[in-house]
Design a protein around this ligand. Structure first.
Ligand SMILES: [Mg+2]
Length: 184
């Protein structure tokens, strides 16, 4: 059974530029690759799951989105990180799709494909919707809480297991926090 670190994309892996539609504007978050290397040492692989309502809204070209995700994949490869897949949900809230987070469709999709142990897997994201999707699958959850505004706008029906400000803090917690280290 695989243990997966499911990663949200925007403001978790790369800087959130609303309706990003240009692969030249990708900015990876500081210390993210360093943190994920520590995670991988504990036997995890990675899958990115991202809501992309910009596609049905006509603001993001699916071909450019593919280009963006190819570049993200390439950078994971360069860092010798096992990124298994990038899954994106082309829906808005109006579609009421279980693929769109807080729905867990993008996570459960991999259940049989990779034989995932969800209870030993994690979901990391910057919104309450990421936490809810992870909780629905029985995963442990980490909220990257860059600012309190984002925290307040999120509708928390369940609390994340850990809250961190950024990947630098995650690195410190991985290395110093015995509780978190043990649960990895
Ligand atoms: Mg996000």
């Amino acid at each position: 059974m695989k243990k997966i670190f499911f990663l949200d994309r925007d403001d978790t892996v790369i800087e959130d530029i609303p309706y990003l539609n240009d692969s030249k504007k990708i900015n990876f978050l500081p210390k993210m690759f360093e943190a994920l290397k520590e995670v991988q040492k504990n036997g995890y692989e990675f899958i990115i799951v991202t809501n992309q309502s910009g596609v049905p809204r006509g603001k993001v070209d699916p071909r450019i989105l593919s280009e963006i995700h190819e570049k993200v994949s390439l950078e994971f490869s360069r860092n010798k990180l096992n990124l298994l897949d990038i899954n994106w949900a082309p829906f808005t809230d109006e579609h009421h799709s279980h693929w769109r987070k807080p729905g867990s469709g993008m996570l459960s999709f991999y259940k049989h494909r990779y034989q995932i142990d969800f209870k030993s897997s994690w979901v990391v994201g910057d919104r309450g919707t990421d936490v809810l999707a992870g909780k629905a699958m029985g995963c442990k959850t980490i909220l990257i809480q860059k600012n309190m505004d984002r925290f307040k706008e999120s509708n928390f029906e369940s609390k994340p297991d850990f809250v961190i400000q950024d990947w630098a803090e995650f690195l410190v917690k991985i290395l110093k926090d015995e509780n978190l280290k043990d649960s990895l």
